[in-house]
Design a protein around this ligand. Structure first.
Ligand code: FES
Length: 141
């Protein structure tokens, strides 16, 4: 094998490794942010979010039993909930102003879970939300 071919293969392998490892590294950073918040859990197919934790319009929670954070949107007259898992390759999606952004390959979603920009093609998973006495319950099963 000549030197230029060896250099080409070496560079190609480095690019492939970066493409494979970057989304995982970004997901780890994304989940680090969520570790600072109280952890909730799935029980009987539901996640109970106490009212005291719902301070802002956009609330992201790490939930034991869900593969990615849960987004709870507090609207004036209702709540919406989405799984912050990109529908392209499953990386955790982050809140970015009034949109949701995937750090892996640039997909963007609106606050109704719809795709604004690909490569993702499918909307985020949406969950039903019930208002209960001490907060809201999100039906995830
Ligand atoms: S995982 Fe590829 S854009 Fe989100």
């Amino acid at each position: 094998m000549n030197q230029s071919r060896r250099n080409f293969l070496s560079a190609a392998c480095t690019l492939c490794a970066a493409a494979v490892l970057a989304p995982a590294a970004l997901a780890a950073v994304n989940e680090e942010d969520d570790d600072k918040k109280p952890k909730l859990k799935v029980e009987d197919g539901k996640v109970l979010i106490p009212a005291a934790l719902i301070a802002e319009k956009l609330n992201s929670f790490k939930v034991k039993g869900l593969p990615r954070p849960l987004l709870l949107i507090k609207n004036p007259d209702a709540y919406d909930a989405y799984l912050l898992k990109c529908t392209h390759m499953g990386v955790a999606v982050k809140i970015d102003g009034d949109e949701l952004a995937c750090p892996a390959h640039g997909s963007r979603f609106n606050l109704q879970g719809g795709v604004i920009k690909g490569p993702a093609k499918e909307p985020l998973t949406r969950y039903k939300v019930n208002v209960v006495t001490d907060g809201v319950e999100v039906i995830v099963a």
